[in-house]
Design a protein around this ligand. Sequence first.
Ligand code: AMP
Length: 439
Amino acid sequence: MTFAELGLAEPLLRAIEARGYTQPTPIQSAAIPAVLTGRDLMAAAQTGTGKTAGFTLPLLQRLHESGAGRSQRIRVLVLTPTRELAAQVGESVATYGAHLPFRSAVVFGGVKINPQISRLRRGVDILVATPGRLLDLAGQGEVNFSGLEVLVLDEADRMLDMGFIHDIRRIIKMLPEKRQNLLFSATFAPEIRELAGTFLHKPQEISVAPPNATAERVEQWVYPVDKKRKAALLLDLVVQNNWQQVLVFSRTKRGANQLAQYLEKAGVDAAAIHGNKSQGARTRALSGFKKGDLRVLVATDIAARGLDIAQLPQVVNVDLPNVPEDYVHRIGRTGRAGASGRAFSLVSADEIKQLEAIERLTQAHLPREYWDGFEPDHELPASKPLGRPRAAGEQPARDSRRTGERRGGQGKPRAGQREGAGRRRSRRRRNAAGGNARA
Ligand code: AMP
């Protein structure tokens, strides 16, 4: 299958070629023809699958085909949960639409509103927005949706997680009834289906990866370590492996700051990216990381969501997320678009519950490895049987997965369950190239 066979016009094919893509990804092969029919669409696809081009390309094609002249009215609205994702979608629209006359703009909070108002007044065909800022602009009468043809909800699952449901409903009420709706989400969880039911009309459903499958071609390891030694282990991994670009996940903003400071003090260029940082600081950190000026970017889950950093060789989870789906999102930052990647999780004894939830969700036993000099006082128990996989869309046991509470006595290795001393091998300088859980 080629992009030309998908029916895309020459100006788009030129832009795709310039971007260096030779073949559509599976989500693109499925979504492009679906969007071109004009029907509503519900697509299960994670970041890293090429989903952005999967909706941007056919939307540009549709605008191109309808050939309407310039007007002051917005024709396509893309809603995203985070500023970074909005900026990245905006960049994609600009890249793929380079040889077409359409005007696009990106609006999000945390930056001045006046330049965004001036931009909107000059006329925009495609608007990419985060919900809060869009409502502010709408409240000031600065957006005209009377000509809106298509609404895209990108990363709808994350929008719900972030509490945007009321904003989304308010925005949908402002739009013309007759329009095409596209919803992209990592999973079709029941709350996503419920939302879809309220505004999609007989949607076509596509799903390219089984929901909750871990990213393809990502090798994964668990490094058991005592909690207080995690920062030192991270530093040792970066230095001993001579990693030049590593994305590190921290569950908390404070933890992210502390880690970045610790690495900086040790002479490793690092920065933290999270919701309390100003937009300028976030943008600077991200571009420094992309350019190779920063070796380590420490991010919280929300800040990292949707970051488009091409082909990261490895990610490190300094702690495990309370929500197992976030693990899948985190490791989706590596091994993207055909490249293979590696994910390392530093796990302390109090995180066994989260680890088991992740193994159950991904239906994979994550191999435990030990890093010389960082063997924990409290070993992790061996993997439990994985149990029944959750059916697609089945509601997880929310209470237990969000609390991350400690299990009694889990710190003590249990007879017959522990990784025996004979299995302990030195991993230093091994560069983690051996057997693993390949998802
Ligand atoms: P996305 O899932 O939209 O965030 O895209 C993930 C990454 O895949 C981005 O870096 C894209 O530039 C890249 N990408 C998208 N489509 C293709 C393609 N057809 N071939 C190779 N890379 C692609």
